[in-house]
Design a protein around this ligand. Structure first.
Ligand SMILES: Cc1cc2nc3c(=O)[nH]c(=O)nc-3n(C[C@H](O)[C@H](O)[C@H](O)COP(=O)(O)OP(=O)(O)OC[C@H]3O[C@@H](n4cnc5c(N)ncnc54)[C@H](O)[C@@H]3O)c2cc1C
Length: 491
């Protein structure tokens, strides 16, 4: 049977490894870190347990399917629970708006906040369902291999039906009139690392995922998904190598023939799949003359998605005002996007996301809350610098939260900060971007990098910088899509 080498053990690499091993391929996966799962990383600080990376899980069936395709039961590996009120949105004027997939509950809240929005809610749900249905049929299960795939008439027709020319903000503002309500929805643009004033309305399908299908949490921590994929991959015979960085992709006569590791060892392969961030790893692992259609100049033209400034804080207290997911909105959300994308600067009045998984799962931190605090940050500058002092910015975030009654510093037990520089170094993420490319330019939203190298035969790409995009379910799909393509090529 043919041999596949995978570079990087993020969710994309692991899902490809499982699918290929189940089909009988010999699979070897090399990961530079000591853990598998990439950005979905467990962090333990004393008796406080955190998920770094994906705290919000949607499309549970995508993860379950990776396991179930092998004949095993997903519930033997992890227990996913749906959160009833998944996100509490909190505004400076004192408004609280709870997001839930219970449509009646949403309409009841809207009746006082936004009566027009309440009336429009059923039509809104119908339209976001239509957008998701089209994406699910025409974009998500596909691999984009050559220009022919992009030029397909069915795809072209589908693209025109998903509101490509309207911005997300305009779309939401056509259903709701209350600015807090619109801001709560606009925040979905940040899930693809983009601005709601630029990203196309197509991405209102994210609202479908949360407001119709719901938000999930994995008992014991979302990183149980990565743990499950790792256990299953091993069981299927995948040879997993932690702490083993790949230095080079070996190319002979325009064909990938294997990889060279940092210790100089060479591993032969019939196919190479790169899960490491395309924008960072491709230029590092393949010399520029072997990839004429992906020159270093071209890489610099891509706009990276936003990054994040993250604080993990374990406190000796349970804050009664917090739910599982909480968003403390800034007074001027539009200004924040302008700071991030137009000026590439840190916002002085940022919107602050606080995930407190101990609300659902107290065993994660028995003596108090395990707070994952995230503020959107601009991608690193081209020279790798970030523009704030991390200690002052952290203290500023704590001060802002204390004005909402969260006196975190007073009750702090353990703490760890992750800056965009840490994200870039730990995961090899291009300029610290969370989701690969931004979707601000329509062209990047629809025509993300293809899943197959144009220049090198048998070299494939999975993960956040490639089709269908960033976010844990999408990268998992990209791994499966590419694996299925390789299986098809061998038939
Ligand atoms: C702070 C934060 C919050 C997020 N929140 C959410 C969320 O709530 N919901 C959601 O769905 N998504 C979220 N995401 C995004 C999500 O984590 C990513 O889209 C997804 O996990 C990326 O998976 P991936 O397969 O692209 O690979 P990655 O996770 O990027 O993994 C790539 C792997 O390749 C390895 N690697 C790189 N170079 C080499 C090399 N030369 N040799 C060997 N290995 C190498 C890296 O170490 C890494 O482990 C968040 C991300 C972050 C950072």
């Amino acid at each position: 049977m043919k041999k596949v080498v995978i570079i990087g053990g993020g969710l994309g690499g692991l899902s490809a490894a499982i699918t290929l091993a189940h089909a009988g391929f010999h699979v070897e996966l090399f990961e530079k870190n000591s853990h598998f799962g990439g950005k979905l990383m467990p962090v333990q600080l004393g008796e406080y347990n955190f998920d770094f990376g994906p705290n919000t899980i949607t499309m549970p069936y995508v993860f379950q399917q990776v396991i179930e395709q092998t004949g095993e039961r997903a519930d033997h590996y992890f227990d996913m629970v749906k959160l009833p009120t998944h996100t509490q949105n909190i505004f400076t004027d004192g408004t609280h708006l709870n997001f839930s997939s219970n449509q009646q509950y949403m309409i009841e809240q809207l009746e006082t906040l936004d009566p027009i929005g309440a009336r429009n809610y059923p039509a809104f749900i119908k339209e976001i369902s239509r957008l998701f249905d089209l994406s699910e049929r025409h974009f998500l299960p596909k691999t984009f291999q050559s220009w022919r795939d992009y030029a397909s008439p069915t795809l072209g027709a589908a693209m025109l039906q998903v509101r490509p020319w309207q911005s997300l903000h305009k779309f939401f503002a056509s259903y709701f009139t209350n600015s807090n309500m619109i801001d709560s929805y606009n925040r979905y643009a940040t899930y693809i690392g983009s601005s709601p004033f630029q990203a196309p309305a197509t991405f209102a399908m994210i609202a479908y995922l949360e407001m119709v299908e719901g938000v999930y949490y994995v008992k014991g921590g979302n990183s149980k998904i990565a743990e499950a994929f790792t256990t299953l991959a091993r069981k299927l015979g995948v040879r997993l190598h932690p702490e083993t960085a790949v230095k080079k992709i070996l190319v002979t006569h325009k064909k990938a023939t294997g990889v060279e590791l940092h210790n100089g060892e060479r591993i032969d392969a019939d196919y190479v799949i790169m899960n490491a961030d395309l924008l960072k790893a491709y230029p590092e692992l393949v010399s520029e003359d072997e990839r004429p259609s992906f020159s270093n100049k071209k890489v610099q033209q891509f706009e990276p998605s936003i990054s994040a400034f993250v604080i993990l804080a374990g406190v000796k207290k349970r804050f009664s005002q917090l739910k599982h997911h909480n968003v403390f909105f800034s007074e001027n959300y539009q200004q924040e996007f302008s700071d991030l994308f137009t000026h590439q600067s840190y916002s002085h009045q940022p919107t602050i996301y606080v995930s407190n998984s101990s609300y659902t799962d107290p065993a994660r931190s028995p003596s108090g809350d395990n707070l994952f605090i995230l503020v959107n940050a601009p991608a690193l500058l081209q020279n790798g610098d970030m523009q704030v002092d991390s200690t002052s910015y952290k203290n500023h975030i704590y001060q802002m939260l204390s004005s909402h009654g969260l006196d975190i510093q007073e009750h702090l037990e353990v703490e760890k900060t992750f800056t965009p520089i840490d994200i870039s170094e730990k995961f090899g993420a291009y300029r610290g971007a969370l989701y690969g490319l931004s979707a601000n330019r329509k062209i990047d939203a629809f025509l993300r990098s293809r899943n197959r190298s144009r220049d090198i035969h048998n070299l494939f790409f999975v993960g956040g910088s490639t089709h269908p995009g960033g976010g844990s379910p999408m990268v998992t799909l990209s791994g499966q899509n590419v694996a299925k393509l390789i299986i098809l090529l061998e038939k």
